[in-house]
Write a protein that binds this ligand. Structure first.
Ligand code: 5AD
Ligand code: SF4
Length: 462
């Protein structure tokens, strides 16, 4: 179902941004973004609104007059960090006359709101994932009244269009195509913090991507909690969207995350196979390789059906590569179950495995399940999985050595400003020497060595 916030409401927010300008122009803001790419994309929208109001971005929070914590609660360690950061800000708040905003998935959790209300008086504004577009109004009210503003909705917000956005990347842009999730995997907090699935209209998505192409972006990352249940209305699904995006001139690379294995239709596989711009690396979250654990997780596929899907995709898309997410130590996971996970990892030979130790989330089905796995068993299994995944990644990487790859140059290397960093069509990071003018271009690189997380190479001349 597509429901979009009315234009009138968005116009009202533009008016608030105008009204605030006089008071805040030239002041500095800092956004601390945790978690996934969807949160990063939300931060780009918050950044866009703040820029429109006249705020200037800073990378040091001690210089900021306004700080936004865009939080994540997918695992426990992310939560603990935020409260530590809030504590640190208490001392410098007065000095900068700082406004502290708390947003994102954690603010959708009632126990978090209670904790902030009681013990973190330094927080001025709390808003949730459903009403980001109302941020200008909340900030206006805060500046006007000096009262604390708490505005979190537990109903699904509507999709909003037309607010400003300030993007982080120069060559690659993220585009959220849907929000929310209907799957209720037993470990996962997302359906509670992001609500039910809502898709943006195909027209709005395609228009945004056409604009991005005109602005010079050539890589697009489509985002959603479960992209292949995208529903554009009247039978228009994810495969249609992929095919239409492929037709947009100037967009050379299209990636997407995350699809759910249970919803991966033949139609989507054909679209990936046939469309030149769609990246042939598929992130296919496994979570566990054991059919018993998958059942407990409510994933609605089995070890066998997952492997069949991988084979089917490989048959239709030669040279396809896979990446995945795996949770180690879900309640009830036995040594045999874990052996099944290792078995799938060996069989699929992923390009990259993102591994997580199971962490209890309040209010999820798994919280009250029996047979929670002891911490030391979880860490020991995690170590074994990591050793296997690293070994397989190294073997995969070795295959690249000596080959010539098309690499989209993304920018300076984060760890060495004298080098450039880019990605192969199969999403491998490549570090190499080159002129900064190459940023944004796709060039040929000969791979010379591998380092697990990245490849090194040199530009092929001529
Ligand atoms: N504990 C550990 N990992 C989790 N994930 C989601 N919920 C949990 C949890 N409670 C992992 C899943 C998901 C990724 C984004 O985070 O693997 O795909
Ligand atoms: Fe969480 Fe499962 Fe939805 Fe992914 S599909 S967001 S893991 S509930």
């Amino acid at each position: 179902m597509i429901k979009t916030v009315e234009n009138k409401e968005i116009e009202k927010q533009y008016e608030y941004m105008e009204k605030i300008k006089d008071k805040v122009s030239g002041l500095k803001y800092y956004i601390n973004t945790m978690g996934c790419k969807l949160n990063e994309n939300d931060s780009e929208k918050i950044s866009g609104m703040l820029t429109q109001m006249g705020y200037i971005e800073t990378t040091k929070f001690e210089d900021a007059n306004l700080v936004v914590f865009n939080t994540c609660c997918i695992r426990e360690n992310a939560e603990e960090k935020v409260f530590g950061n809030l504590g640190e800000l208490k001392n410098i708040k007065a000095k900068n006359n700082m406004i502290i905003c708390f947003a994102g998935c954690m603010s959708q959790e009632p126990h978090v709101i209670e904790k902030i209300k009681k013990s973190y008086s330094q927080v001025d504004i709390i808003f949730g994932t459903h009403n980001i577009y109302k941020f200008p109004e909340m900030l206006y009210n805060k500046l006007d009244s000096q009262r604390r503003i708490f505005d979190v909705w537990n109903i699904d917000g509507e999709i909003f269009e037309g607010l400003p956005i300030k993007r982080n990347g120069e060559t690659s842009a993220s585009v959220t195509i849907m929000n929310g999730c209907n799957n209720f995997c037993a470990y996962c907090i997302v359906p509670y913090t992001r609500g039910r699935e809502r898709s943006r209209s195909p027209r709005d998505i395609l228009r945004e991507i056409e604009e991005l192409a005109k602005e010079g972006y050539n890589e697009i990352m489509l985002l959603g909690q479960n992209v292949n249940s995208y529903n554009g209305g009247e039978g228009y699904g994810f495969a249609n969207l992929l095919r239409d995006i492929d037709k947009i001139e100037g967009i050379n690379i299209v990636r997407f995350m995350s699809p759910h294995p249970k919803d991966f239709t033949d139609n989507v596989i054909d679209a990936i196979a046939e469309c030149n711009s769609i990246c042939k690396v598929i992130h296919l979250p496994l979570q566990s390789g054991s059919s018993n654990v998958l059942k407990l997780m409510n994933r609605r596929y089995t070890k066998e059906s997952y492997l069949e899907l991988v084979d089917k995709i490989r048959a239709k898309i030669p040279n396809v590569a896979f990446t995945t997410d795996i949770i180690v130590g879900f309640p009830g996971e036995t040594e045999e179950d874990f052996a099944d996970t290792l078995d799938v990892v060996k069989k699929v030979k992923y390009e990259q495995v993102f591994m997580f130790i199971y962490s209890v989330r309040k209010g999820t089905k798994a919280e009250t399940m029996p047979n929670h796995v002891p911490e030391e068993v979880k860490s020991e299994r995690f170590g074994r999985l990591k050793a296997l995944a690293d070994k397989l990644t190294e073997e995969e990487n070795m295959k690249y050595i000596g080959t010539i790859q098309d690499v989209l140059v993304e920018g300076e290397s984060k760890n060495n400003k004298d080098m450039l960093s880019g990605r192969t069509r199969t999403n491998k990071v490549v570090i190499f020497e080159g002129d900064k003018e190459l940023i944004g271009k796709e060039i040929k690189i000969k791979i010379t060595s591998q380092h697990i997380w990245f490849l090194r190479g040199s530009i092929v001349k001529g």
